[in-house]
Design a protein around this ligand. Structure first.
Ligand code: SF4
Ligand code: SF4
Length: 231
C-alpha cells in the first residue's frame, strides 16, 4: 500500500488560509488504511479548521467528503455531486501525491492543496507500524534475492552483496534496521539458494525507475485508444 502521514496542522492551516469555502476530501483506500487520509482523519481535520476559523472570527465554510480512490477518475467524478464541492474555492486533498494531482486535473480551476506527506510503498506490520518494501523500480529482482528487495531495503541500494559496513546483522546507516544483504543471505540459505550470491548482477538500467522520467503503463487489451492521452 501507499503509506502517508498527515502534515502538521499548522502547515495545513497555512495552506488553506484566506479561502472562504474549503472541501476536505478523504481517500478511502491506502491512506485510510495507513490512518492518515481516511474519513475519520478528514472529520478531525475539518473540525480543527472550523475551530481555528471561529477563533479568528472567520466565516469559513468547511465540508467533508470522500472518494473511494482519488487516483481513479471514475471515483473523482462522483465528487461533483458531493455537498460543498461545487462551491468550494479550495480543496484540501487527503489523498497521496497521485490523488492530489489527479484532483488538480479533475478541478482545473480550483485550488487544491495536500493534507498529507506521501512517504513510501510498504506494509502494515502491526497497528500503527508501517515499513517500506518497494520503490517501484520497474524491473523487479526479487526472484534473485530471496524475495527481499535490495533497492528499497538496503540503504545504499546495493545489488551485489553488502557494503561491508553492517554489524551484528544491522545496517551501518541505521542500526535500528536489519542489513538487507544479511537478510538476503539468511533467506537464500534457508531456501537452499545461497549459490545465487555468486551471480553478478550487471549494472542496472535505471530508466525503468524514476530516472527515466514519469512512467506510464498501457494495457493494450483493455485500453480505449482515445483514453491514452497523458498530461
Ligand atoms: S526490486 Fe524493484 S519492483 Fe521489486 S520490490 Fe524492489 S523496488 Fe520493488
Ligand atoms: S549495511 Fe547492509 S543495508 Fe546497510 S547499506 Fe550496507 S549493505 Fe545496505
Amino acid at each position: 500500500m501507499i503509506v502517508a502521514e498527515q502534515k502538521k496542522m499548522d502547515e495545513i492551516l497555512r495552506s488553506i488560509r484566506g479561502y472562504r469555502s474549503v472541501a476536505v476530501v478523504a481517500c478511502g483506500t491506502c491512506v485510510a488504511v495507513s490512518m492518515s487520509g481516511g474519513e475519520k482523519e478528514a472529520l478531525k481535520i475539518a473540525s480543527i479548521i472550523r475551530h481555528r476559523a471561529k477563533l479568528d472570527g472567520l466565516d469559513t465554510r468547511v465540508t467533508v467528503t470522500s472518494a473511494i480512490r482519488q487516483c481513479d477518475m471514475e471515483f473523482l467524478d462522483e465528487l461533483d455531486d458531493a455537498p460543498g464541492m461545487v462551491d468550494s474555492d479550495c480543496v484540501l486533498s487527503l489523498g497521496c501525491g497521485a490523488g492530489v494531482q489527479f484532483m488538480v486535473e479533475k478541478y482545473p480551476y480550483k485550488v487544491v492543496v495536500p493534507g498529507l506527506n506521501t512517504t513510501f510503498l510498504g506494509v502494515n506490520r502491526a497497528p500503527g507500524y508501517w515499513t517500506e518494501m518497494c520503490q517501484g523500480c520497474g524491473n523487479c529482482v526479487l526472484e534473485r534475492t530471496g524475495g527481499i528487495c535490495p533497492v528499497s531495503r538496503c540503504c545504499k541500494s546495493h545489488f551485489n552483496g553488502p557494503c561491508g559496513g553492517s554489524s551484528g546483522g544491522k545496517c551501518e546507516i541505521d542500526p535500528d534496521i536489519g542489513c538487507a544483504w544479511q537478510m538476503i543471505y539468511d533467506r537464500l540459505k534457508r531456501i537452499g539458494q545461497e549459490d545465487r550470491l555468486l551471480d553478478i548482477n550487471e549494472a542496472r538500467d535505471w530508466r525503468t525507475s524514476r530516472d527515466g522520467g514519469p512512467r506510464g503503463h498501457i494495457r493494450a487489451d483493455i485500453v480505449v485508444a482515445e483514453d491514452t492521452q497523458r498530461e
